[in-house]
Design a protein around this ligand. Structure first.
Ligand code: CUV
Ligand code: SF4
Length: 635
């Protein structure tokens, strides 16, 4: 039998990122395969893509027919709606587990720091500590930092472990939004409990009503957004500093041929923080020089990269779909990873270029990679060793090096606190000027554009086209994660990009000196968007709940289960959330109607879908206009 010829795609059709294109061309010349190639040769399973199959027990797996969704049921009798709602629920459970486990790791670290068991990290932002403590009713007056911090970690642990009652940050939810949740019984107790219950309910023969399953999906997702993710963001700010705007270079050109290049790629900031210390360790810098390098160059990728960029100005080399491509430069002397979105395919690419790929987290080993375990109690033990490995690799570089000469400078690090300050002139000021500008119509509304890149769609393209359309229509765009990097590479995160905005938004940007697109950090920093939305409600003039705000969200190139959890917590918080590329659902089923319409009737937000970024923009702008009209500010 002749092996079917492998499909070869035109590189220009798979990404608009010039650096990634250049590296994919090099990879092709050198016979190196990436996820782009594998995607071309792996047709997505059409039944799975529609979420019309179930493998929750061994009487199946059962396949239903998306063309005739009610023509058949599973062996147990499960209908298409049950099957879809269960599949969706398990994506939420997994995504929420990822963010909450990350958040819990931050609480573990915080507790050990507060109790003096870890000396390498400390409370860097006492203002933030006080502010977070006060936001959940912890007494701060005349108390020591240690007393406040002790109360805070104990309180925040409840986000995960509490079995009854409401999670601490429920106190930050606008009253009317919280009221809707209480009425529906979806205020999260603790993340562990919600995730456990969701996994239980989706076992064969338990919850077999798509509406009831989806209620628990909402509750679990909210335990992510207002729980795990929010705790991750707030504790990271307390320990490592709250971001303020900073000019940073993004793109593969941040690699330096004459230096030892160390890339950190992943999600938790603690290892990265330690790496920052290690690359500045005089003895290691000297060792790099002795090996013939000019120095050690630390670079981030994906989400922890976005955090380190926001907090410390560490350059960022690219998003999810560039992580294999960057190894093709031959210039990466070590890639050090922790958790989430780390393709197993990195192992073989790293191997081709003799780049050490180092896993560090006990929860994430990869076969074929080198594991050097990271321990918060002796953080530098791991990160020093990684740097030593990188120096060795530099000394013995054999691969042909080609670094795309592209760097895009932009302004990143807009925490919600800073947006307050920027628009109001002081930290005690508020979102009033933002609200005023929305009420007077200079700013039409606010959109969160976030999420991954995905080889099923031209990398960065949908992000860029969507955001272009939105700002043209005077919609202020808030960004996180890989999407923020897509736009940074196109130069949108600069005040100079204001000319691309509509006249109203342009005027505001020029007055304040801000970009039309504000970068807030990593995926867990989507919680900053929730807080900003709550602030807008609190300040007044834009309704009583998040659902009243002229706002919308989007993840045009999503791929991860985490993205589904994020989408569901935005929807449950009252936001119209539009996804692109694909959506795991059969249209016109009862479950589809629930997600795309019914949830809104219940007082939450709703889902939307379009694979076309221009249509996505229209859908979001129409929604914003509808909300403006309801508020009586459409004139
Ligand atoms: Ni959490 S989840 S590809 S790295 S945004 Fe990036 Fe971000 Fe998606 Fe992953
Ligand atoms: Fe089939 Fe029902 Fe088992 Fe799912 S739970 S595999 S639908 S029998």
């Amino acid at each position: 039998m002749v092996e079917k010829a492998k499909k070869e795609l035109n590189i220009k059709d798979i990404t608009i990122c010039d650096a990634t294109q250049q590296m994919l061309a090099k990879a092709r010349r050198e016979g190196v395969e990436t996820a782009f190639d594998r995607a071309a040769n792996m047709k997505a399973c059409p039944i799975g893509a529609d979420s019309a199959c179930c493998k929750h027990c061994a009487m199946g797996p059962c396949r239903l027919n998306a063309k005739d969704p009610y023509g058949k049921v599973g062996v147990c009798g499960a209908t298409i709606d049950t099957i879809q709602a269960r599949n969706f629920a398990r994506m939420v459970a997994s995504g929420a587990a990822a963010h909450t486990d990350h958040g819990m790791a931050m609480v573990d670290l915080f507790r050990e720091v507060v109790n003096g068991h870890i000396k390498e990290y400390r409370i860097k932002d006492v203002n933030k500590l006080v502010q977070v403590a006060e936001s959940i009713g912890i007494e701060t007056e005349d108390r020591s930092v240690k007393e406040i911090a002790t109360d805070l970690y104990k309180e925040l642990e409840r986000t995960y472990t509490q079995v009854e009652g409401e999670i601490p940050f429920a106190k930050r939810v606008p009253e009317k939004t919280l009221e809707v949740w209480r009425k529906m019984g979806i205020v999260p107790r603790g993340a562990m409990r919600e995730i456990m219950e969701l996994m239980h309910r989706t076992h064969i023969g338990v919850d077999q009503h798509y509406e009831n399953i989806t209620k628990q999906s909402s509750r679990t997702a909210l335990a992510d957004g207002w729980g795990g993710s929010m705790v991750a963001t707030e504790i990271s700010d307390i320990l490592f500093g709250t971001p303020t705007p900073i000019a940073v270079d993004v793109n593969m050109g941040v690699l330096k041929e004459d230096q030892v290049n160390v890339i950190v790629h992943g999600h938790e900031p603690n290892m990265f923080e330690s790496m920052l210390v290690s690359v500045n360790e005089p003895s290691l810098v000297q060792a790099a020089k002795d090996a013939g390098a000019q120095g050690i160059n630390l670079v981030g990728m994906c989400c922890s990269g976005a955090e380190m960029m926001s907090r410390h100005g560490v350059p960022h080399a690219g998003n999810f779909m560039s992580t294999e491509a960057i190894l093709v430069t031959g210039a990466v002397d070590a890639m050090c990873v922790d958790i989430q979105c780390i393709k197993q395919g990195l192992v073989s690419v790293a191997d081709c270029y003799k780049t050490p790929l180092i896993t560090t987290n006990t929860r994430a080993h990869i076969e074929g990679a080198t594991h050097i375990e990271f321990d918060d109690h002796e953080p530098q033990k791991c990160t020093d060793e990684v740097v030593i490995k990188a120096i060795q690799r530099f000394k013995n570089r054999t691969a042909a090096i080609e670094i795309p000469d592209i760097r895009n400078t932009g302004i990143h690090g807009f925490s919600h606190e800073y947006i307050n300050y920027m628009l109001g002139g002081s930290f005690r000021a508020s979102y009033a000027p933002l609200n005023d500008n929305i009420i007077n119509g200079r700013i039409r509304g606010v959109a969160g554009v976030v999420g991954c890149t995905n080889p099923r769609i031209k990398q960065d393209w949908a992000h860029v086209e969507l955001v272009k359309e939105l700002i043209k229509k005077d919609v202020l765009v808030l960004q996180t994660g890989c999407s923020q990097i897509s736009l940074a590479k196109e130069g949108f995160l600069t005040p100079e990009a204001a000319y691309l905005a509509g006249p109203g938004l342009k005027e505001v940007c020029e007055t304040v000196g801000m970009p039309p697109v504000l970068g807030l950090g990593s995926c867990v920093d989507n919680s900053r968007i929730l807080i900003a939305a709550s602030e807008m409600v609190r300040v007044g003039g834009l309704g009583n709940s998040i659902a009243d705000l002229p706002a919308a969200g989007a993840a045009p190139e999503w791929m991860s289960e985490k993205a589904i959890s994020i989408g569901q917590y935005f929807v449950a918080s009252g936001v119209y959330t539009v996804f692109g590329t694909t959506f795991p659902i059969v249209e016109e089923t009862k479950f589809h109607k629930l997600l795309f319409d019914g949830l809104e009737q219940q007082g939450l937000g709703k889902w939307g879908f379009s694979a076309d970024p221009y249509e996505m923009a229209r859908m979001m702008v129409d929604h914003i206009d509808k909300k403006r009209k309801a508020l009586g500010i459409d004139k």
